[in-house]
Every structure is written in C-alpha cells, then in structure tokens.
Design a binder for this molecule. Sequence first.
Ligand code: SF4
Length: 158
Amino acid sequence: MTVQAQILDLISTLQGEFGTTVILITHDLGIVADVADQVAVMYGGRIVEQAPTGVLYDLPEMPYTLGLLSSVPRMDRELLERMQPIRGNPPSPINLPKGCVFQPRCNYWERVPNGACLDVRPELLESDPEHLVRCHLTVEERQQISRDVKQVLAGAPQ
Ligand code: SF4
C-alpha cells in the first residue's frame, strides 16, 4: 500500500509537471475513485460505460458497472453480506456471446423486449451528454435499477 501510494504520488507529480493526461488501467475501484476525473469501464474488450467519476459512482447505469460497485466488500456488514458478487465468469475473448457480451451474467436481460440482449450487440450511446452506456435497457429503467440496488446496499427498507 505504501509503494502504491508513492507511485500514485509520482504519477500525479509528473502529470502536473508535464501537463499531460494520464490513462490509468486498474481493477482497484478505490484508486479510481481517488484519482480519476473520468472513468471508462470495460467488459469483454469494449467500453461499456463512461462518465465523470462522481456521476459513475453516484448512479452507475450499465449492469456490469453496478455489479462491480456492489461487489466491493463492506466491512460494516455481517460476513455473508459483505459482498454481492457478480454470478458466472467473464466470457472467452475468442467466443463472445452474440448479443450483449454481459448477457449470461446479467440479472436484467429478460426486461428487454424480444430477447434483444441475446441477439443484438448494444451500441455505446449517450445517457446524457457526459454519460455513455452500452445497454438495451432504457435510461429510466437503468436509473431505477441503480437506485433500487443502492437502496438495498444501504440497508434501507425497500
Ligand atoms: S444489454 Fe441486456 S444483457 Fe446487456 S447489460 Fe443491458 S440488460 Fe443486461
């Protein structure tokens, strides 16, 4: 952790010195929250959601991002409630599903009409001008799901 903090400090110093953009590739959501201005979440080799960091952490819309943020261990919970893992495994890059790459692990694909998640690869589209999402659900559906999950994780009554 100490070395990690030193390296992040060094990157920040160099960024200030050279006035450059830094692209940081990491699985550590804590680091992302601390240092990034913009976040691009990738799944199956593609960007599935992109937004300013505050927006993405406050109201993630793509079910994979929602799953990632929900699976951060919570030390204020009982042992069996500390993590809400994403079921299943990532797809093989040489055998990606035909439709949405996240479909086999998604809890919401049956809400999309006509089985589109099984057959049609979603495009990365604007949810608002700063927020891009790759998902067939409507913006309203995604935001409602995100609020519902947040409420459950906060332990509030449903
Ligand atoms: S497109 Fe369908 S399967 Fe993919 S994340 Fe959205 S709801 Fe889930």
